[in-house]
Design a protein around this ligand. Structure first.
Ligand SMILES: Cc1cc2nc3c(=O)[nH]c(=O)nc-3n(C[C@H](O)[C@H](O)[C@H](O)COP(=O)(O)O)c2cc1C
Length: 291
């Protein structure tokens, strides 16, 4: 493996949701990092308009209200409120952008957790005085983890050694050439696919499926997925799909791999016999000779 930015790749793989925070302001240096990361987010769709604001809750716990009851329980020192508008892949683009922030904050020892808000979205947009076509999808809470990231990573090592990383095995999500052929990814793309598999998702539903055809990886998402528990959660599959694409895209740059993305038309058939609940999301065309 030709690792160019090993710390970025390791952040992609080791990042975990943090639900316990130290109620303490970020250092000036870390604030600069957060602002720089936000400034440099890569969009999925250039024409979508994106705006993000930061809410600090240390001096005013009333500002936690927007997060709802669950957010109040977590009681993070900060959270991000993203807003996207436009007409293409809005939830997927949100997931794509916000996961870049989550991973890059983890690099600096700053923990994050997505707090989904699809079921309350119009109410939240109303309280932010936003028009009906803007989307938020989820908040991203952040701050220093209680115990620190080193400690949290240490806690997860036994899980890794036992193979218990709470993600589906490749045999359930990865296929070679056709849906009839579940497979283990070939060695030249294994790091890329590990990053895709480790993406976080709402209720850990992991809606992504992959088909490798030659040097092309087709990314699908499962629609009406029972793992989301409630019909009101169904559209998290788009958001989670965007997170998965972000992990793959960041891995391309971390490992200095070359590939190009194409968003797919969900109404077109790219692979024959696609299960009717699967929807095409994107295709990554890899340059030959990854190793
Ligand atoms: C869109 C989205 C919404 C989420 N909403 C919540 C939430 O409301 N509460 C929560 O505790 N975790 C939430 N999560 C975190 C997931 O439960 C978590 O990412 C998943 O279980 C995998 O665990 P990990 O992030 O530690 O790897 C959300 C994640 C995503 C991507």
């Amino acid at each position: 493996m030709n690792i160019v930015n090993s710390s970025l790749y390791s952040a992609i793989i080791t990042r975990r949701s943090i639900r316990k925070y130290i109620h303490q302001p970020l250092s000036r240096e870390d604030w600069e990092w957060v602002n720089k990361v936000i400034e440099k987010i890569k969009p999925l769709v250039n024409s979508n308009q994106f705006h993000i604001s930061t809410v600090e809750t240390i001096s005013d716990d009333g500002s936690l209200n927007l997060l709802g009851i669950y957010g109040r329980l977590i009681n993070p020192p900060y959270y991000l409120v993203p807003l996207i508008s436009g007409n293409k892949f809005l939830l997927t683009d949100l997931g794509f952008r916000m996961q870049q922030i989550a991973v890059r904050l983890w690099l600096k020892g700053i923990g994050t957790c997505f707090i989904g808000c699809l079921s309350r979205e119009s109410e939240i947009l109303g309280s932010l005085m936003q028009s009906g076509n803007a989307r938020i999808g989820a908040f991203l809470v952040f701050g220093y983890p209680s115990g620190g990231i080193g400690f949290q990573t240490l806690l997860s090592i036994p899980n890794w050694l036992n193979g218990k990383n709470h993600r589906q095995p490749f045999q359930k999500i990865f296929y070679q050439d056709s849906w009839e052929n579940p497979a283990y990814p070939p060695s030249d793309i294994i790091d890329l696919m590990q990053a895709a598999r480790m993406a976080p998702s709402a209720v850990n539903a992991q809606p992504w499926r992959f088909v490798l055809k030659g040097r092309e990886i087709y990314v699908y998402i499962v629609r009406n997925y029972f793992k989301y528990l409630f019909p009101s959660n169904e559209n998290y599959c788009f958001y989670d799909g965007g997170i998965c694409l972000a992990n793959m895209d960041m891995t391309l740059s971390a490992l200095n791999l070359k590939g190009s993305w194409q968003m797919l038309d969900p109404n077109k058939c790219y692979i024959s016999n696609t299960p009717h609940t699967y929807s095409a999301l994107a295709k990554l065309s890899l340059e030959k000779g990854l190793n």
